[in-house]
Design a protein around this ligand. Structure first.
Ligand code: GDD
Ligand code: MN
Length: 354
């Protein structure tokens, strides 16, 4: 067997026949199987059985009565059941074009990789199937934050959230995975250092039915990120919190010594920015210093960024209060939270870039 094609499904009855037809045509040169790992509550299992009876390529069905781990759990179950060590995962709604499978397979056969990822965000790839602008924005922003949290492991991966990829099962620690929700590839790549190549693809519109992505999946994703990488970001947050306290203390100390408020605020900001840099050098990105640029270059980038950010935040806050009619406390809170993530992304991807 050359390839096992694993398709997680949840209520995809109207898409099964078309998917099997296109996969069959696209992979004619390969010895392959399709495994549907199904958690549906509609008639998808019956449709799969009917299609399997007609199909020239082997179609298997694993129906889970008590599903665990959602989409990710289904994929892991597919790995365990696959006849081939080479496993390709794709969605059942034809947003992942089966015609791309040979290209992923060929790239794997070229050698030197454990996985081949089909990416929406690499030369020639598109994400047009993302239903609306909000989803495009959420997808891009969360991809950026995620890559900044795993700058080394995701160095060559522009689309760690894709659900379309091929992996050699022998490179995985299946028992060490704790899948929850949609982002199984991210977990695989975060847990082990794999050699990855990418192939661009067009994320198409759904053939039929509706996306099962939801706010709940978004929460799953955030807890998954935290579980995988609580370390760096939480220390970064603690350092930021210490900086805020130091800032207040310095302003308070200087103004009680009759220093002008504006002068006190500027001195406090600069001292905090420098202190912040020293702390994150030592405690947050210490393992990335060797492969990054020199310490003065890192300092210059960090210093310039934090000053620019502090300056930009003030007019943005004013705009928010004026145009969105929210209180200045809320505006401060929101800009600080956003600034926290932007700062983390910048330091991880730019200041400490390999
Ligand atoms: N077995 C199983 N169990 N399958 C599921 C479950 C589940 O709980 N939830 C969803 N699926 C299946 C769907 O039936 C579909 O085949 C596939 O997983 C993807 O689900 P969609 O509902 O189509 O999700 P999407 O199009 O919004 O998300 C896709 O694109 C994302 C990137 O924007 C997926 O590929 C995600 O993995 C990907 O991150
Ligand atoms: Mn989909």
């Amino acid at each position: 067997m050359d390839l096992s094609i694993i398709v997680p499904t949840f209520n995809e009855a109207p898409n099964i026949a078309e998917l099997v037809r296109r996969v069959t045509a696209a992979t004619a040169g390969l010895v392959r199987e399709i495994i549907f790992v199904d958690d549906s509550r509609d008639d998808t299992p019956d449709v799969v059985r009917a299609v399997a009876a007609q199909s020239t390529l082997p179609v298997r069905l694993i129906h889970r009565d008590q599903p665990t781990g959602g989409l990710g759990g289904a994929v892991v179950e597919g790995y365990a059941a696959a006849a081939s060590d080479l496993c390709l995962v794709m969605d059942g709604d034809l947003q992942h074009p089966p015609e791309k499978i040979p290209e992923l397979y060929a790239r794997f056969q070229e050698g030197d990789v454990d996985a081949v990822v089909a990416s929406r965000y690499v030369g020639g790839g598109t994400a047009s199937g993302l239903a609306d602008r909000t989803r495009v924005f959420v997808s891009k922003a969360s991809t950026l934050v995620t890559r900044s949290m795993f700058p080394v492991r995701l160095k060559d991966v522009t689309d760690p959230m894709t659900g379309f990829y091929l992996v050699d099962r022998r490179a995985l620690d299946l028992d060490g995975l704790t899948p929850r929700g949609f982002k199984i590839l991210l977990e695989i790549l975060a847990r082990r250092s794999l050699r990855v190549a990418e192939v661009p693809f067009d994320f198409a519109d759904r053939h039929a039915g509706e996306s099962k992505a939801s706010f709940r999946q978004g929460i799953h994703f955030i807890t998954q990120l935290a579980a995988l990488r609580f370390g760096k970001m939480s220390i970064f947050a603690v350092v930021g919190g210490l900086g805020a306290v130091a800032n207040l203390l310095i302003v308070w100390g200087l103004t009680t010594l009759n220093v002008d408020y504006l002068v006190a605020a500027v001195v406090a900001a600069e001292v905090t920015i420098i202190g912040n840099f020293l702390l994150i050098e030592r405690f947050v990105f210490h393992d990335m210093r060797d492969q990054a640029s020199g310490v003065w270059s890192r300092f210059a980038k960090s210093f310039a960024f934090n000053n620019a950010e502090a300056l930009i935040r003030i007019p943005i806050m004013a705009l928010m209060v004026e145009n969105l009619h929210i209180s200045s406390v809320l505006a401060t809170g929101i800009t600080l939270v956003v600034a926290f993530f932007v700062r983390f992304v910048f330091h991880s991807l730019v200041v400490y870039a390999p």
